[in-house]
Each structure stands twice: as structure tokens, then as C-alpha cells.
Design a protein around this ligand. Sequence first.
Ligand code: ATP
Length: 306
Amino acid sequence: LLQLSVPLNFIGFVYREIRQGLTDIEEMFDLLEVEAEVVDAPDAKELHIGTGALCFRDVRFAYDPERPILKGISFDVPAGKTVAIVGPSGAGKSTLSRLLYRFYDIQSGSITIDGQDVRDVTQKSLRSVIGMVPQDTVLFNDTLAYNIHYGRPDATEADVMAAADAAQISGFIAKLPNGFQTMVGERGLKLSGGEKQRVAIARTILKAPPILILDEATSALDTHTEQEIQSALDVVSKNRTTLVIAHRLSTVIGADEIIVLKDGMIAERGTHASLIASSGLYASMWSRQREAIQAEERLREVREMD
Ligand code: ATP
């Protein structure tokens, strides 16, 4: 009985937190940590961040021992560079980002940041250097200013406005009658997926973490929104070690390396140009996506003519 009541209480606690709007995705991870098997090693040290170089070595991982998800993945994200992970749905792309955040421990291999294994450092120090722009941002039931300020509570108002500017959301905010004081969330203004993502980007720009994980939304965006988000992402990932879980072409093209995951292994890797030239899985994914986008654009044009 005791075993059952604890998790139920815990779920109730998380639920209330969400209802009260006290929770965003990073806090959610911290909350879930309570039930997760991942704990700090007894002699865990503070992570000493240098240039922020990431190294995945022969990483093997399964949520369920019967079903391996990652079967020996090795790649580096050199300091300040951007690596994009692409591949079919379910290939394990988001799993890689969860492992870097040490939401789960790997079965074998290693993940290091500036030479320090993520299992040897405190989770608090690990998570303080990683900024996460998740697929679906949960905003606080509070003002836009509060939601951005949260990235770095000691930031000035001018910093908050500069971050909103860099995230390409300040134009939108300026048109609202209450501007930065507009209430958002459940009881406030409902923002679109793209707007919410830009608020999350502004928050991350303010936090200025040395390492960034961008988990792109799968949902299709119109070309204009996609361009706005892309230029916001370019600002936030510039000179910052960035791992992009990519679903859209625009983010992938500029990456220093693209890793194509398939069935838990790296099927191909290289730059956009080299992968296109080799006419493999990436090249076919790319032409399929491009056809889909062109078809969508034609459809939009036809609708606009009506
Ligand atoms: P998508 O492009 O659809 O987002 P993905 O490549 O990011 O997919 P992951 O989210 O990493 O895929 O999931 C990889 C596999 O692991 C999937 O088959 C998924 O069902 C499984 N999986 C993900 N999370 C869990 C979990 N918490 N417990 C058990 N299995 C999981």
C-alpha cells in the first residue's frame, strides 16, 4: 500500500503544480527526478564548464531492456558548433537529448561535457549549463515579462526586452494593448505554438547557457513563422554548443554536422551538401520534405486566390 500511495501523491503534487502554472519543462524534469532512478553519485562533483564540448561515445540505451533504442552511438559536438539529429519518427532523436540532460542513465558507453561524465557530476550543476527549448513550451500563468524574466531572475528590464527582440517576439508583444504585462497561459492570452516557442527562445537567450538543446516541434509552420523562428534560433545558437533535434529543413542546412539516426544506429553523417551528394537516406528525406512543402505552398496560393 505504501509503495502505491507515494507515486499517487507525487502525481497529485505534479498535477497541482501544473494547474497552478508553477511548472515549466525544466522544472518538470526537476520534479520528475524525485521518482526517477537517476540520483547523484555519493561523490558527485560540480560540473566545471569550459568551452562546452560534448562527446557521445558508444552510447547504448533502452527504456525497456527488451527493446534497445540506441545501439552504439558515437559523435561529438565541438564547442560552439551545431549538430543536428535527423531520422524517422521513433528513431531515438529526443531520447539523445534526454540522456544529455541525464533524465535517464545509459546502459553502456559515455556522455561527457568538457571531459566530465554526466554521471559523475551533480544534476543541479549539469542542468544549470544546459538550456532547453522544448517541443511544447508550458508557460506560466503570468505575464509575458515574467515568463521571459524567468530565464535569469536577476536580469534587468532592458535585458528582458533585448532578449524578446533577439527572439523576434518583440514586434508581436508591442502590438498587444498591455505589451509585456499581458497575461498568458491558461487564463490569459492563448499563444500559437510558434509564439510560445519564441517566448521560450527569449527566455533561453536571457539564461545564456553554454549548451543548448533545441527540440523542434514536429508540427508544420507556415514559411513566415518558420523564418522568424529560424532567425531567433540563429541568434541563440551562435557560438554556443547546440544539439538540434531537427524536424525542419531550415535548421538542418546550416548545421556543422548532420547525424542521420535509423533503427538506433547512425545510418549516415556529414554536412547537408555531402549528404545530398551521396544520395542516401538523408537525400531522400530531404526531397520528400521539400515536395511536401512545395505542395503545401501551392495549396495556400490556390486558397488565397479564391
Ligand atoms: P519523433 O521524431 O517522433 O519525435 P524520436 O526519434 O525523437 O521520434 P524518441 O522520442 O527518442 O524518438 O523515442 C524513441 C523510441 O523510444 C520510441 O519508440 C518511443 O516509443 C520510445 N520511448 C520514448 N520515451 C519512452 C519512455 N519514457 N518509455 C518507454 N519508451 C519510450
